[in-house]
Ligand binder design. Structure first.
Ligand SMILES: [Zn+2]
Length: 109
């Protein structure tokens, strides 16, 4: 009786094959978020984690979301940054190397 589910399984198989790429990107995103979490709680390996997160993003063609981007300095991978709103920008300044990044502020609906 249990064998009745076989044709359905086949359908699933072809579909999941197609979705595999997107699945990988989801995993990559999860990893990136995890790495950022780890980096926040670990001063010693912070820069290493952030470099890894960035590399994963590049490899899997995943964009690191803005909320994460404003948390670190892309130049020295430090998380010691100051964020300040200067409309229409969000200014992120690194306290370690002085690098300044500007993000456009988008109004949320
Ligand atoms: Zn910096």
């Amino acid at each position: 009786m249990k064998t009745k589910t076989k044709p359905a399984e086949k359908e699933k198989d072809t579909k999941s094959g197609e979705k595999n790429l997107k699945g990988n990107q989801n995993i990559a995103l999860e990893r990136i978020y995890r790495l950022f979490e780890l980096a926040e709680g670990n001063d010693k390996y912070q820069k290493r984690y952030l470099q890894l997160a960035k590399r994963i993003g590049e490899k899997c063609r995943v964009q690191i979301s803005k909320e994460l981007k404003i948390k670190y300095c892309k130049k020295c991978y430090s998380m010691k940054v100051l964020t300040k709103e200067e409309k229409p920008f969000l200014v992120v300044k690194c306290t370690e190397c002085g690098f300044v990044k500007r993000f456009g502020l988008k109004e949320k609906k």
